[in-house]
Design a protein around this ligand. Sequence first.
Ligand code: NAD
Ligand code: ZN
Ligand code: ZN
Length: 381
Amino acid sequence: MLAMNYRGPRRVRADQKPMPEILHPNDAIIRVTRSCICGSDLHLYHGLVPDTRVGMTFGHEFIGVVEEIGPSVEKLKVGDSVIVPFNIACGTCAFCKQELYGNCHESNPQATAVGGIFGYSHTAGGYDGGQAEFVRVPYADVGPTVIPPGMDHDNAVLLTDVVPTGYQAAEMGGIKAGDTVVVFGAGPVGIMAAKCAWLFGAARVIVFDHVEYRLEFVKNYANCEAYNFRSIEDPVLFVKKTTDWLGADVCIDAVGADASGDAMQTITGKKLLLQAGSATALHWAINSVKKGGIVSIVGVYGPTDNLVPIGNVVNKGITIRANQASVKRLLPRLIEHIEAGRLDPKAMITHRVPLEEVADAYHIFSSKLDNCIKTVLIPPS
Ligand code: NAD
Ligand code: ZN
Ligand code: ZN
């Protein structure tokens, strides 16, 4: 089968690989119909995630058709079209029982932090991902959810990660009616977080990025304020000035470790001078939230990054909430929001690329070329 093949930092290509097989009675094999490239894949692509092995197939955002099931699988049948959450969750461990599906212990027992994730290095269990024609899906009775009849499959594929992640970012922020919410990052996750902030009752939503076309998109799509942090003096000062020097009620970090480094280079002088792979957005979030406010982090950092301005967290009495999104927990209510027309995530899809051209697709998404917001990879039919 054709699959994405990681060759080393910034080097990926499409290659023929062996078909995946049922390895456990609870497995299913899914024939992928669409997969996406995510900002999280960029951390792998940029070489920021430890133990990312050459030869791996990335891809944790995919939908497809059930091709084969193991003997213990009861809830799926061959031919079902399914949404597959990016978290690999056993459904029965202590964490899954609390609906912390992103923290499942069984799917990644060697790690004490993250659970198993498709196509996300051996730190997340070493599972191959769905940027391929076929993929093995463990615990097939737990994660995969049949796509509701009538749902656009472009919306369905975005329910595997970015919609729940943006929604959970807003939810973890504890947004209340009347709140001012600041979102750092206007990638797909930040765009969804800004959109979802209104569902929780925000009165004002402000987004910062430095990529103009993304700012333009989020301003219209999420009906919010959007500013280029390169064009203003300092985002922290900007937030303070515009909130009577109180700060925002909730700040969301939808950036994480930024390997591109270009976001950082203009931040000189008395502002933060941080290197690629650092935590500028998180600094800004902590420094611009009000005293007693909440900083919600969905941006992904390396397991050993230790870049938090902890003094200000203590002095301001800030609550920090963070996690991988718990996709399975959120799917029912997000399907409702889409069916009711309150969310239309497919509007973020700007690129639809044959899997064969995966190398170009990564380059374009990583370099923010060609007005790219979200890329869907289409396997050969
Ligand atoms: P993306 O790369 O498309 O978007 C990130 C955006 O942040 C870019 O537009 C970039 O220009 C902007 N940016 C860079 N530095 C900035 C700064 N200092 N301030 C404001 N904006 C800045 O990625 P994405 O797909 O939107 O994902 C965003 C983050 O969320 C990534 O770290 C990704 O790994 C993470 N993520 C987390 C989860 C989860 O479950 N927690 C799930 C999906 C993605
Ligand atoms: Zn993702
Ligand atoms: Zn579990």
